[in-house]
Design a protein around this ligand. Sequence first.
Ligand code: PLP
Length: 382
Amino acid sequence: MREIYFDNSATTKVCPEAIAAAVNAMENTYGNPSSLHSKGVEAARLLGDARRVFAAALQVKEAELFFTSCATESNNTVIAGVSAAHVRKGKHILVSAVEHPSVLEPALALKDHGFEVDIIPVDRFGVVDIDAFTSMLREDTILVSVQQVNNEVGAIQPLAEIGALVKAKSPAALFHVDGVQGFCKAVSHPEAWQADFYSLSGHKIGAPKGVGLLWAKKGVRWLPLLRGGGQESNLRSGTENIAGICAFAAAAKKHQQNIEKSIANMAHVRAVLAEKLAELADIRFNSDLENGAPHILNVSFKGAKSEVLLHYLEMYGLFVSSGSACHSNKKGSISPVLQAMNVAKEYADCAIRFSFSPENTEEEALAAFDIIKNAVADIRGL
Ligand code: PLP
């Protein structure tokens, strides 16, 4: 049976360039980059090459980049590390209501340690409410975390505006952006947003799982999550995953070279599917079709519960998510993102996320529509 994979925000197929880079590192450059002999020097050289790729893509300095095991680690590092290092300046933290759990959970956990953690509300498409946000910024705010693109509905956050407000109203605060769903899907220059931290994940852009990145602006302070051998400038101990890092850099380089074409292609596939889906009765677009990210389309099919529909679609070779992959593990619960957007329960229960890669085609969108139309009709008729 033919397969159509529209779940690229959960994870992506590893691209040939990333596989080749990983195999090369594993077969030929297997030294430990901290070793002093030539094998170590060769591995350290690959690490340096990878750092250069990200420095160029993000327009930042190489010394400001720290490789991690995943974006969950990058996000936890920022929340735990900044709160620990800056506790004397204040105990107030702001995170948006639609953050990924790898931001929300560590932030909320700080409440047990005397921090005040306020949740910034969002509008009906998941975009931060700027007026509410402005009134929430305080002199003792030490950290603000707002993602670049929402992983469930594709809302693009007004980061330049948010960054300017943070620096004007809360000069003691550091600004963190979770860029996992934005990098390679939109312009990603964290300094242009006045950000201090930016988190990335390899497996969302065609690299294998288990590699991430944290950019931290020169001079900002945080306490490391992992201590030990002092790798990554003493800020993230643990022997670097050279194969994963090389694969991540190869995937990033490929995407950066084709970014405009890729964005246009994903936006086209999304528009074609959205236009066809609009023919169906009782649906709700949870994504902003005009202003949302090019690769995410979240739609509710009233009367066809997400989980039932997801498995029905899978029987016909179409792979999608109900909300985010991590949220879908929590059976029976409604997506907190859709709740924050005030989506009525009868629609929130029935949401499906389609997420695209640059390789998806218009023809796949049309074939997917036929599968969805029949599945929704069958389930509604049960
Ligand atoms: N942040 C966002 C917005 C995500 O979508 C994800 C993964 O779905 C993560 C963080 C976590 O990334 P990782 O799987 O690398 O830990």
